[in-house]
Structure formats: structure tokens, C-alpha cells
Design a protein around this ligand. Structure first.
Ligand code: SAM
Length: 283
């Protein structure tokens, strides 16, 4: 089968099937073989790997994955793409195609059935990047890594550290579960149709156990969310006004003092370790 990373081959397939792009599904297909090679390099696949690809499109990246991994499970929501995928992937016996919404799928069961942790590799639909990634982490799906194309700004937020403008709840949530590394910037002209925004490939290497110990995960994440909900507020004011936490300003002030942090400190200054310490002091 022709390499669909070459623009002319993708256009031929799209024309043959009179394919109409669905904006609501975030369809921007990759047409750049160098970018595909970079993604494969970052995903570091072997025969032993089972890959979950979210949104295979017309199968461009799926072909690359099938040539490197032991098995590829490709989950595509758009049923109009299924007959196309059946043709473009017909040469591969190690690809399982599932016509479903990834957000409604029991991915944990998939990993359990395969008896191994999955590698997720995808050019993600941008409208649901965060729910997909956080869903995989929060549901404790057995994972080795997630290597994905996302909107450039989202990749920067995932990788950001304290004191930077991109640092926030997403940075901390991702960094609690995985080590992020942006591996490539991908300009708009590498896709058909061209997206409105630039993209980046980010690799999230999952930790076996989180780098910090947290007594109460739910409250830990609630503290993080409340800290950045009102970014310009001090932690004492931001957390003290969050009814879902049920803690007083005095309790927060006392915890900050115990941590030897200034009373007017803001959430954006705290590291993951400090958020864990604060949460453990409060809960
Ligand atoms: N992997 C292809 C490529 O790189 O050329 C297509 C990537 S495109 C950015 C995103 C793909 O995800 C589309 O094929 C779209 O139909 C699919 N998609 C969108 N929402 C989805 C969902 N909820 N579950 C599964 N697939 C979805």
C-alpha cells in the first residue's frame, strides 16, 4: 500500500472515496513523512508493544505503527472512515479496527485482555485532547507511554514548570503521572486541511508510581484546581474561598507557615512536591 504520508497519495484516497472532512471530529490528517518518522522515533516501538491509536483517520500513522509494533488497536469515531481504513490497512494482519468514541471505551479492559501495558500513539483530535489524556491517567489504564500530536500551547502547558506563564493545573496533573518531553514542533502545512494552530509532538513517559506521595488524591487535585482557578489570588484567599475544599484561611495560613512559604504566596510558585506537602498537611 502506498505511503499516505506523501501528500499525493492521501489526496488520491480522499478523492477516491469522496471523503468530506468533519470539523466536529477535529480531522486534520498528517501529510509529512519526516514528522511521522519523528513520532515513531519518540514512541520507540518494538514487536512486544501493543499500541492504542486514537483516531487513525485514513490510516497514515497506523501503517507506520503496524510495521513496528506487535499489535495496533485503532479506535475511530467516524464511520465514513471505516471502509477507507479497511482498504489502506488491508495488508496488515496485526491491526484491530474499532469504530467507537474513545471517550466511551473501556481502555482498561483492552489492556487487561492484552495482558500488558499499552503505548498510546496518536495525532489527537484537538477538541478532546485533555479529556483523553487525563481520562487515561485518572482511570489508571496500564500504560507505558503516550506519544501524541497536540496543539502547541497545550504541549507547552503540559511541560511547564513553576513560575512560568504556562504553568497550571494541567502541568501538575500530567507531571504527577508522567515525565513530559516535547519532541517536535509541527507547522500547519504538515496537515490536510491546515489547522488554525501550530502543533507539537509530546511524549509522556508514565511513572510506575507518582514522583510524590499523596495521602488523598482527590483533595490533592481539588487543591491544584482551586489554586489556579483564581490565578492572581494568593493561596490563602484562593483556597479559603473554595467551598469544595472545606478548609479555612487559618488552616491554609498555618500549613504555609509550616512549609516556610510566604503568607502571600500564589499557586504558580509551588512545585509538585510542595503541592503534595500542602495537601498532606491539610488532608
Ligand atoms: N491519525 C490521523 C492522521 O494523523 O492523519 C488522523 C488524525 S485527526 C487529527 C483526528 C482523528 O480522530 C480523526 O480521524 C477523527 O475522526 C478522530 N476522532 C475524533 N474524535 C474521536 C473520538 N471521540 N474517538 C475516536 N476517534 C475520534
Amino acid at each position: 500500500m502506498a505511503n499516505l504520508g506523501i501528500p499525493g497519495n492521501t489526496i488520491e484516497v480522499l478523492q477516491k472515496y469522496h471523503f468530506i472532512f468533519q470539523k466536529k471530529y477535529g480531522q486534520n490528517f498528517l501529510i509529512d513523512t519526516r514528522v511521522l518518522d519523528k513520532i515513531m522515533g519518540a514512541a520507540d516501538l518494538t514487536e512486544d508493544d501493543c499500541v492504542l491509536e486514537i483516531g487513525p483517520g485514513i490510516g497514515t500513522m497506523t501503517q507506520y505503527l503496524a510495521e513496528r509494533a506487535g499489535e495496533v488497536v485503532a479506535v475511530e469515531i467516524d464511520r465514513n472512515l471505516i471502509p477507507i481504513l479497511e482498504e489502506t490497512l488491508s495488508a496488515y494482519t496485526n491491526v484491530t479496527l474499532i469504530n467507537q468514541d474513545i471517550l466511551k471505551m473501556d481502555v482498561k479492559k483492552l489492556a487487561r485482555e492484552r495482558g500488558k501495558a499499552l503505548k498510546v500513539v496518536a495525532n489527537l483530535p484537538y477538541y478532546i485532547t485533555t479529556p483523553i489524556i487525563m481520562g487515561l491517567f485518572e482511570n489508571h489504564v496500564p500504560l507505558k507511554s503516550i506519544t501524541v500530536m497536540v496543539q502547541k500551547e497545550v504541549a507547552q502547558r503540559m511541560q511547564a514548570g513553576p513560575g512560568t506563564k504556562d504553568y497550571g493545573a494541567l502541568s501538575l496533573a500530567v507531571q504527577y503521572y508522567a515525565r513530559p518531553e516535547i519532541v517536535a514542533y509541527v507547522p500547519q502545512n504538515c496537515f490536510i486541511p491546515r489547522p488554525q494552530v501550530g502543533s507539537s509532538v509530546i511524549c509522556l513517559e508514565k511513572y510506575d508510581t507518582p514522583p510524590v506521595k499523596v495521602n488523598a488524591e482527590e483533595q490533592f487535585f481539588a487543591i491544584i484546581r482551586a489554586s489556579f482557578n483564581q490565578r492572581r489570588k494568593t493561596l490563602v484567599n484562593g483556597l479559603g474561598n473554595a467551598p469544595e475544599l472545606g478548609i479555612s484561611r487559618e488552616q491554609i495560613a498555618a500549613a504555609l507557615e509550616q512549609m516556610q512559604l510566604p503568607p502571600a504566596v500564589r499557586g504558580e510558585a509551588l512545585t509538585l512536591e510542595q503541592f503534595a506537602m500542602l495537601s498532606n498537611l491539610l488532608f
